[in-house]
Design a protein around this ligand. Structure first.
Ligand code: SAH
Length: 215
């Protein structure tokens, strides 16, 4: 039996990712492998591979496929890394990362989202993802330092604890701005200095916590 969703995913790659500069082999492979539709409500399966974000529970959203691929590619992963994600949400971004790196640590502040993401990781046998309920703006110090960190909610600044928990040479990507529009910032931590580059303009839901917004 052919997997109809595999065909739709291939079209997503051809139409949304390749023409916009996603060319990293590992990123493309992960986007091909992970069944995005299972991370959204059954009623939205038909729209799961569209070129837009979709609502998930608790008023949150799963990012557009291109943004997930773009953020993943920007981390420049080779396959051996330990990666921290803040904002598990549906679990889709963590799932994509888990197909590329050695281990994914992901933090979510909404219990219902965390519980459903964990169920999916188990069901898909993505055993190299560990998830916890907490304020992710504090990071997850016990398992650091991380080779890469991805924050999938928008905040006013890059939380200092995350920079502390990033390894030398590590990369962090996060939407930084006000509550309506942000710029993806790529931070590279070098021994001598921290380098920050502004990338695409994006709209993410709020990063809420001690080093984020208050609501
Ligand atoms: N990566 C997710 C996108 C989820 S939207 C996916 O692939 O589906 C952003 C998520 O960040 C929301 O689920 C929101 O609850 C969560 N969030 C916001 N502030 C947070 C914080 N301080 N710590 C952890 N999670 C947070």
């Amino acid at each position: 039996m052919t997997d109809v969703y595999a065909t739709i995913r291939e079209r997503m790659i051809q139409e949304q990712l390749l023409p916009r500069g996603i060319d990293d082999r590992l990123t493309l492979k992960a986007m091909r492998d992970v069944p995005r539709h299972v991370f959204v409500d059954d009623a939205m399966w038909g729209r799961a591979y569209g070129d837009y974000p979709l609502p998930i529970a608790a008023g949150q959203t799963i990012s557009q496929p291109f943004i997930v691929a773009y953020m993943t590619q920007a981390l420049g992963l080779a396959g051996t890394e330990r990666v921290l994600e803040i904002g598990t949400g549906s679990g889709y971004q963590a799932a994509v990362l888990s197909r590329i790196c050695d281990k994914v640590f992901t933090v979510e502040r909404v219990h219902t989202l965390l519980a459903s993401a964990r169920r999916l990781f188990d069901k898909l046998r993505y055993y190299n993802i560990v998830a916890k309920l907490d304020d992710g703006t504090l990071g997850w110090p016990e398992n650091g330092p991380y080779d890469a960190i991805v924050v999938t909610a928008g905040g006013p600044v890059i939380p200092a604890p995350l920079v502390d928990q990033l390894a030398d040479g590590g990369r962090l990507i996060m939407p930084v701005g006000d509550q309506s529009i942000q710029k993806l910032q790529l931070l590279i931590k070098r021994e001598e200095a921290i380098e920050i580059t502004d990338l695409e303009s994006v709209r993410f839901v709020n990063l809420i916590g001690e080093h984020g917004w208050s609501r």
